[in-house]
Design a protein around this ligand. Structure first.
Ligand code: ARG
Ligand code: ZN
Length: 844
């Protein structure tokens, strides 16, 4: 059953207050609700429908009188008065058997909830839609030491606690946690002088992994005050770490619940990348307090209203806390890897979709990351000051409301006077625009001609031109900048822009800072790319020039069996040795383009990508680079080794990243001697993990792998790394069998999404391994998806996207994948989530 944006109708009743009482019990939790409804005078639709799934109804009353509603698998209907009334119900649910991890469930003996998007209906009967907002009072009765819900504590005693949330909220922001937890406490004073109690709650044993998350939270609170003027609005802010969680984290009002992998950190158990991600996710969830909670979404089609904006805000935060240019480059790598793949395949959808079957399938890179890119473009088009003014108007006008993208764009139109109708196509048209660039120079005038087009996507054959901000700078022949960055506004299908008064033909630096999520097509030469790599003042485009060189070199190797491009190798070896450059930047330039990205590039140029050939080219390239650096590698490795006590700061992390790349090149020459020494000496997970990865890749890491296992078998998060590395570092022909063996391991657990993703996600990411001839990888993934679907539809459906690129490949591989997709699709009782994903992938 498909739900359409155009069918939106408001609920006919206002909910004035919600009182919930929970009598906790693993197999039989009783939930008693008391909800005050007022019919809306102007309602078009007065039908009284309350969502409810997998609930056992014990009793229902209206104004104290027992009633017998009509109950279906989706909810209930009931005759209700036309004047305000009180609805009461009692239901029974079984948290301990809830393996879908949606609604109220148990993880390692603790109770927790996940209600976004539509999980609250598995807790009690309710109008479970984001435009229904109410204050909540929650009483929890249970033996657990810690009983938490949203808002402020309003009373407690032996075996019970009560919470009151004064801010009206939709049900998806409801949360409850109960368990024998320990807190890491701190405090924060807001700019207006309000004292806030902060806690991170964890299971006993994890209390030494909270300090970093707490620091990140405090920084986020301060940053949102300084940059957006937004202050926290309750007396207490709680974060809870949970081992079994479908996503990264959840912004429930005053009670954020986190996948433990996204909050727990220590130098011994977490890598630099983990630290950075934790800081960003803590910020993301905290920022939702305003962009998401105080102003929420009218319906789930508007998901990007809160997610795109909040991702944009967390990326601004990370840029301020760390290196802005490194953050931008990493975000673009991620965008191309995940969002471009989605936008150019069968799962392509709009930033604001217009229909769906299962909303959980739309928590995607398009809605999150492209949604954030759209905010970035808007800011670039209107300017920083106008952006700040418009956002202030958004909070002033819409605080306490459930809003739409139209509301968001309207504040920008009203505060800037700008017509954003063409801009709104970024929300309504799926697909990645291509910009074809040609240029011309005559008598001191340089002309750039930009031509845009967007390929068809499922259900959207024709696309209109959009407004695209293209940031451009010009360099002179000596490498100096002759024109600083200027934002060209491309609005037509084809448009020319001129720069005059130039002494000679300039070298253009186009799409600086990646000013729009598009694919640029331009004839260029390796010499020009090398020039930009050496001279561009825009660090994104410097990196981009190197990245293009890297791609072209590999494409030539795959297509023409060419040797690695000598000029590029030369440029790289110079760059690696250039100590004046930021180590993090050098590490990024050295990081090879992803094999999936290369496959897509080849596909778009009309070739059928061969994953094995792409893998072989990557190997040959790395080997040649290592050999070219033979004399310098030991010194470079030594020089980039960070001495002293571990600190997760951006600068040290950048050095360690470069150091790890040196180690991986060095391992190609010494077979793993340096890596083994690093493994033995490592006092932090970043170096331990990097060394183990090099050794496994060199097929010389059995001793260390066993040692790692012995050391960390009691730590779930570190063991996820161990599981993942075995597959990620496998040679193509061994990846599927490595993954298959791991699924037989005593510590493999289908029910734990982190463990499942560690193995199956690593398999899907190992391109040449997953696509290895014969299709064993496809079959293994399908077997596991079928097994998991019966337990956890959400995580299963997400993982189906591993198959989304199937049409790129040769007919043999396509048939093998089709067979697996059809096998999944034919499974009895397949979830709505997985069914929707598989049919979109097959038919899109
Ligand atoms: N709103 C959460 C976040 O962006 C993600 C929750 C997604 N949950 C889901 N069931 N799809 O941080
Ligand atoms: Zn979010």
């Amino acid at each position: 059953q498909t739900i359409y944006l155009k069918d939106y109708t408001p609920f006919g009743y206002q909910v004035d207050e919600v009182h919930l009482t929970f009598h906790l019990s693993p197999k039989a939790t009783r939930v008693v609700s008391r909800i005050e409804f007022t019919p809306k005078p102007d309602a078009v639709d007065r039908s009284f429908f309350l969502h409810g799934e997998q609930l056992q109804l014990i009793a229902a009353k209206i104004d104290g009188q027992p009633v017998s509603p009509d109950v279906t698998a989706q909810g209930l209907t009931c005759d209700v008065p036309s004047t305000p009334f009180v609805w009461e119900s009692e239901v029974e649910i079984s948290p301990v058997t809830n393996t879908a991890l949606e609604g109220l469930y148990m993880s390692n003996g603790m109770y927790c909830t996940q209600c976004e998007a539509e999980g609250f209906r598995k807790i009690t009967f309710y109008p479970d839609r984001p435009d229904v907002m109410s204050t909540f009072t929650v009483r929890i009765e249970g033996d657990e030491k810690v009983l938490l819900s949203n808002g402020n504590p309003s009373g407690s005693g032996e075996g019970w606690a009560e919470w009151h949330d004064p801010w009206p909220k939709p049900a998806y922001l409801f949360a409850l946690v109960a368990g024998d937890l320990i807190n890491h406490p701190d405090r924060f004073t807001t700019k207006s002088g309000k004292d806030v109690e902060l806690n991170i709650w964890v299971r006993p044993g994890d209390e030494d992994k909270c300090a970093f998350g707490m620091e990140a939270l405090i920084k986020s609170m301060k940053w949102d005050e300084d940059v957006y003027g937004l202050e926290y609005d309750l007396d207490i802010f709680n974060i809870v770490a949970v081992d079994d969680f479908n996503m990264g984290a959840m912004e429930n009002k005053g009670l954020n619940i986190f996948n433990s992998s996204c909050v727990l950190a220590s130098p011994e158990t977490s890598t630099d990348a983990n630290f950075e991600r934790i800081e960003a996710i803590i910020a993301h969830e905290y920022f939702h307090n305003w962009t998401g909670n105080r102003i929420t979404c009218r319906d789930w089609f508007q998901l990007c209203l809160k997610e795109g904006l909040t991702v944009y805000r967390d990326s601004q935060f990370t840029s301020d806390m760390r290196s802005a240019s490194v953050k931008r480059i990493s975000d673009v790598i991620d965008l191309r890897g995940r969002q471009f793949a989605e936008d150019n395949g069968p799962l392509a959808h709009q930033v604001r979709p217009e229909s769906f079957q299962e909303i959980n399938n739309f928590y995607t890179a398009t809605i999150y990351e492209k949604g954030a890119e759209v905010i970035g473009m808007l800011k670039r088009l209107v300017g920083d000051e106008a952006y700040t003014k418009a956002v202030a108007l958004y909070f002033e006008r819409h605080d306490g409301q459930a809003c739409t993208i139209e509301d968001w764009l309207q504040v920008f139109e009203d505060s800037t006077g700008r017509d954003l109708s063409q801009f709104s196509k970024w929300y309504s048209q799926a697909g990645t625009p291509r910009i074809k660039v040609t240029d011309d120079y005559l008598d001191g005038t340089y002309t750039l001609t930009l031509e845009q087009s967007t390929p068809a996507t499922p259900g959207q054959p024709d696309k209109d031109p959009r407004v695209i901000p293209v940031a451009v700078g010009l360099l002179g022949q000596n490498g100096d900048e002759v024109r600083g960055t200027e934002v060209l506004e491309l609005t037509e299908a084809k448009q020319s822009f001129s720069f005059d008064g130039l002494a000679s033909k300039p070298v253009p630096s186009i799409l600086r800072e990646f000013s729009a999520p598009v694919i640029m097509e331009r004839e260029s030469t390796n010499a020009e790319r090398a020039f930009l790599l050496a001279h561009d003042s825009d660090s994104f485009n410097r990196w981009e020039a190197g990245n293009t060189l890297a791609k072209e070199a590999r494409v030539a190797m795959v297509l023409d069996a060419a040797a690695p491009d000598a000029d590029y190798l030369d440029a790289l070896t110079k760059l690696v040795r250039d100590d004046s450059l930021d180590p993090a930047f050098r590490a990024l330039v050295l990081s090879p383009p992803s094999q999936s990205d290369l496959a897509q590039t080849l596909f778009e140029r009309g070739h059928t990508p061969d994953p094995q050939a792409i893998y072989d080219a990557a190997e040959t390239f790395a080997q040649t680079l290592a050999e070219a650096l033979t004399d310098s590698l030991p010194r470079l490795y030594a020089d980039t080794t960070v001495q002293g006590a571990y600190s997760p700061d951006a600068e040290s992390a950048g050095k360690r990243d470069l150091n790890a790349r040196m180690l991986s090149l060095l391992t190609r020459l010494d077979g793993g001697e340096a890596a083994a020494r690093q493994y033995d000496a490592a006092d932090n997970m970043t170096q331990q993990n990097a060394a183990l990865a090099c050794l496994l890749k060199a097929e010389n890491g059995e001793t260390q792998s066993q040692a790692f296992y012995d050391q960390w078998q009691g730590d779930r998060l570190v063991m996820d790394k161990w599981f993942g590395l075995q597959v990620a570092c496998s040679a193509p022909k061994k990846a599927a069998s490595a993954a298959a063996n791991l699924t037989e391991h005593a510590l493999f657990d289908l029910k734990n999404p982190n463990r499942f993703r560690a193995v199956m996600g690593a398999l899907a990411m190992n391109q040449a391994g997953f696509h290895y001839e014969g299709g064993a990888g496809y079959q293994l993934l399908a077997d596991n998806l079928i097994a998991l679907d019966a337990l956890n539809p959400q995580t299963t459906a997400r993982m189906c996207s591993a198959f989304q690129t199937w049409k790129r490949y040769d007919s043999t591989r396509q048939e093998l994948i089709r067979a697996q997709l059809e096998r999944i699709s034919a499974t009895n009782n397949l979830s709505r989530d997985t069914n929707e994903m598989v049919s979109r992938i097959l038919n899109g």
